[in-house]
Design a protein around this ligand. Structure first.
Ligand code: GDP
Ligand code: MG
Length: 201
């Protein structure tokens, strides 16, 4: 097992994040926490690349379908299908349209418990209920209701990997090994040195 300080996760500034000129703001939130940027690129992805991204985890389609159906039932409404996979087909189509509508910024962040902590900074999936202080809570106000009414994907600014396995698959999907850089930051010694003995002269 790697030391937790070596954990890596994938973050995408989605097309609405780029259009809202929030790239710097989003980068800053991860940087100031102590994470190290080890890979970054701007690209306009293809629909095939986006579909693959969301289906790297074979369970994603079923889970997202079930989650979406549950949110309809909770509202006392009927989903457009009872079959989770059929429900996800629509969600995925909307996602493909959304994610290929313009440039995105894809990056890999490294640091202690990167996956969990980056998720915490990202905030919950639906901006309407994402916590204040998170990126989704602070910078956008979309909801599933609005997205479903307008038959489009929810605009939640960024993506971040949901767990370590997802992160590994997603990083491989977006970057080749050569595009990721191993290097030291001056601040690493303050974050991770065991003795903090290099400060005083
Ligand atoms: P994330 O990891 O927080 O982005 O959320 P998920 O991996 O669960 O879902 C990925 C994407 O699928 C989200 O960004 C949404 O666009 C879409 N999605 C997930 N759950 C729902 C839902 O219940 N309703 C709708 N309309 N879209 C959803
Ligand atoms: Mg996810």
């Amino acid at each position: 097992m790697h030391h937790p300080k070596k954990e890596r996760t994938l973050v995408i500034v989605k097309p609405d994040g780029v259009q809202r000129t929030l790239i710097g703001e989003i980068l800053k939130r991860f940087e100031r926490t102590g994470f190290k940027l080890v890979g970054i690129k701007m690209t306009v992805p293809t629909e095939a690349h986006i579909e693959k991204h969301y289906t790297l985890n074979p369970e994603w389609s079923r889970i997202t379908g079930e989650k979406t159906i549950a949110s309809y039932v909770k509202k006392g409404e009927k989903p457009w299908s009872e079959d989770p996979l059929e429900v996800t087909k629509v969600v995925l189509n909307n996602l493909k349209k959304y994610m290929t509508s313009g440039p995105i910024v894809v990056m890999v962040w490294e640091g202690a418990h990167a996956v969990d902590v980056v998720r915490k900074i990202t905030g919950g999936t639906e901006p309407r209920t994402s916590d204040v202080g998170t990126i989704r809570g602070d910078f956008v106000l979309d909801s599933y209701t609005m997205a479903d009414t307008d038959k489009r994907a929810v605009r939640n600014l960024i993506h971040s990997s949901g767990n370590i396995k997802e992160a590994e698959m997603e990083i491989e999907h977006w970057f080749n090994k050569k595009e990721l850089v191993d290097y030291r930051l001056i601040q690493d010694s303050i974050l991770y040195d065991v003795n903090m003995d290099g400060i005083l002269e």
